[in-house]
Write a protein that binds this ligand. Structure first.
Ligand SMILES: Cc1cc2nc3c(=O)[nH]c(=O)nc-3n(C[C@H](O)[C@H](O)[C@H](O)COP(=O)(O)OP(=O)(O)OC[C@H]3O[C@@H](n4cnc5c(N)ncnc54)[C@H](O)[C@@H]3O)c2cc1C
Length: 514
């Protein structure tokens, strides 16, 4: 029986969700050899697989795109980039309908095909099939643990563990790597996000890349209490009452602060009786998970109020991630490209969430763009030689890993303190997270137990991500978008907060126009 498996490819894609699948398909369709290494099972893994993703999908006719970009630039609060917005609009428009080779579009009541709105489970399954048909090799149940680099620091592949089958480790030597490992939800119970522990952010910083916009991560979604059902669409019609029966103000888009405050006082009940009949009728098709959840609870949600909770999304429907350094979704590290939620989406969403349309379009388009640029890099570079592991922390299980994860979750999944940030609270968070960081194992890798090694690396990634979020939130001494500071009323010219550094997180400010 083999213990290790070695592979080679032009481009290794880490993560087989929305962005990773599109990236690998783009590589294969351009004639390159692509491998996807996926922590779970490509086709059901990733946050889009449980959702009903709508895409930012706008025709080039007339002024439609110009107007859409203008609106998004306003929403981005000074941090958006019109060139990136136009790039993803064009790519999404030309590419998304091509999923039709493997996805069954169903016409709406007027007989139209709505290309922009897809059923998540079938979309992801279609992407897997399309990738395989294009010649992509998929390593399922194969979390990447660390990147590999040549003697000059260019990224040349990755190494990870196999959670199924005879091999315990895998290693891919590649001309370039696309990180598509999603955002970080700090192991909240967000549906579909169990694997989203910030691994790609850690790997990128270990390689020398920088992050941006990590402070834009205070995003919490409503779900029926005790469930993972963070589907937001029906909650747009919700009314809420606090523990004393008082109706709460209607939450604004993505802003559940009032709910967070009421939940700190006691249970909050949700009333969905205002959901229109046509949406009730369509719900089982659009979001099959919703009906299942309420059936299990034994509740008719449209007639019976039910208690709700808030679930943290971190950088998923937040915005921050690895800073994109060029128009090919490259980073500041040669051979390393980023796509989807692992990348900072500031260029297309700025300080507000891109959930609902822009994030999915970004995942698709940045995936294709990164895949093609990575292939061009691989072809220009030729075969690499030296391959050093870049991982620095969490490569072997530590005795305190569970306690470390709990400490991180306590800080990052507390809606009130994340929604309403101030310098003193952020200092306390930073001190607690520094303690957590010191408790992580830095021992060299041991061979056994793939699952424990995966878990150890996830805890390290979550801890590192929490420290970059906290340092970035402290550095942005103003309120902008989803980042709110209660201890200052400053309103500053637009700037980005760049975060880097592993042992000690560092931040610097960069004017938005530069
Ligand atoms: C409930 C919900 C609804 C949403 N609806 C919309 C919408 O309607 N419109 C919209 O624009 N956006 C929406 N979004 C956001 C959108 O789904 C995401 O932006 C998009 O799915 C991101 O794709 P991704 O591939 O970057 O990340 P993911 O889909 O999270 O995929 C990342 C993949 O990487 C894998 N992975 C992680 N770590 C590793 C590792 N170390 N090694 C190997 N693999 C790894 C994971 O298992 C996962 O499969 C929604 C999000 C949620 C949570």
């Amino acid at each position: 029986m083999t213990r290790d498996a070695a592979h080679s490819a032009d481009v290794l894609v880490i993560g087989g969700g929305l962005a990773g699948c599109w990236a690998a398909i783009a590589v294969a369709e351009a004639g390159g050899r692509a491998i996807i290494a996926e922590k779970g099972w490509c086709g059901t893994s990733g946050v889009a697989a449980t959702a009903g993703p709508g895409h930012w999908f706008i025709s080039p006719e007339g002024r439609l795109r110009e107007d859409a970009v203008k609106r998004r630039l306003q929403m981005a609060q000074g941090l958006g980039d019109a060139a990136w917005m136009n790039r993803i609009l064009e790519r999404t428009w030309t590419t998304l309908p091509r999923i039709g080779t493997h996805y069954r579009h169903v016409p709406d009541d007027s007989g139209r095909i709505r290309h922009h709105a897809l059923r998540g489970p079938e979309y992801l399954r279609a992407l897997r099939e399309k990738a395989i048909a294009a010649g992509v090799c998929i390593l399922d149940h194969s979390p990447a643990l660390e990147l590999l680099a040549d003697a000059r620091g260019a990224v040349t592949g990755a190494r990870g563990v196999r959670r199924q089958g005879p091999e315990s480790e895998w290693r891919v030597h590649a001309g370039a790597v696309v990180l598509a490992s999603g955002g970080c939800a700090f192991r909240s119970s967000l549906l579909g996000a169990a694997n989203n522990t910030g691994d790609g952010l850690l790997m990128a910083v270990e390689a020398g890349a920088v992050l941006s916009g990590m402070e834009f991560s205070a995003y919490f979604t409503v779900a029926p209490a005790g469930t993972t059902m963070a589907r937001t669409m029906i909650f747009a019609f919700a009314r809420y009452r606090d523990a004393r029966g008082r109706e709460l103000p209607t939450p604004g888009p993505g802003d559940n602060r009032a709910l967070a405050r009421a939940l700190a006082e006691g249970p909050v009940l949700c009333d969905l009786s205002r959901v229109p009949d046509d949406i009730r009728a369509q719900l089982p098709q659009i979001s099959p998970n919703v009906a299942v959840t309420f059936r299990r609870l034994g509740i008719d949600p449209f007639t019976t109020p039910f208690p709700v909770a808030l679930i943290g999304e971190g950088t998923i429907r937040g915005t921050g991630g690895v800073r994109v350094a060029d128009a090919g979704a490259g980073t500041s590290v040669p051979g390393l490209y980023v796509a989807g939620d692992v990348a900072s989406r500031e260029p297309v969403t700025g300080a507000v969430s891109g959930g609902g349309a822009v994030n999915a379009a970004w995942a698709l388009a940045s995936g294709c763009i990164a895949g093609e640029a990575a292939l061009a890099h691989a072809r220009s570079r030729g075969p690499g030689t030296t391959h050093d592991g870049l991982g620095r922390v969490g490569l072997t299980p530590g005795t305190d890993d569970d306690a470390v994860a709990d400490a991180v979750r306590t800080r990052m999944l507390a809606p009130l303190s994340q929604y309403d940030r101030n310098a003193a609270g952020l200092r306390q968070d930073a001190a607690a997270l520094d303690d957590a960081w010191r408790a992580l194992s830095t021992a060299p890798p041991r061979q056994p137990d793939a699952r424990a090694r995966q878990r150890a690396r996830e805890v390290a990634a979550m801890t590192a991500t929490a420290r970059w979020v906290t340092a970035s939130a402290a550095a942005r001494n103003e309120t902008r978008g989803m980042h709110r500071r209660t201890d200052t009323s400053a309103s500053l010219p637009p700037f980005h907060v760049i975060a880097e550094g592993l042992a000690t997180p560092r931040t610097r400010l960069q004017a938005a126009s530069s």
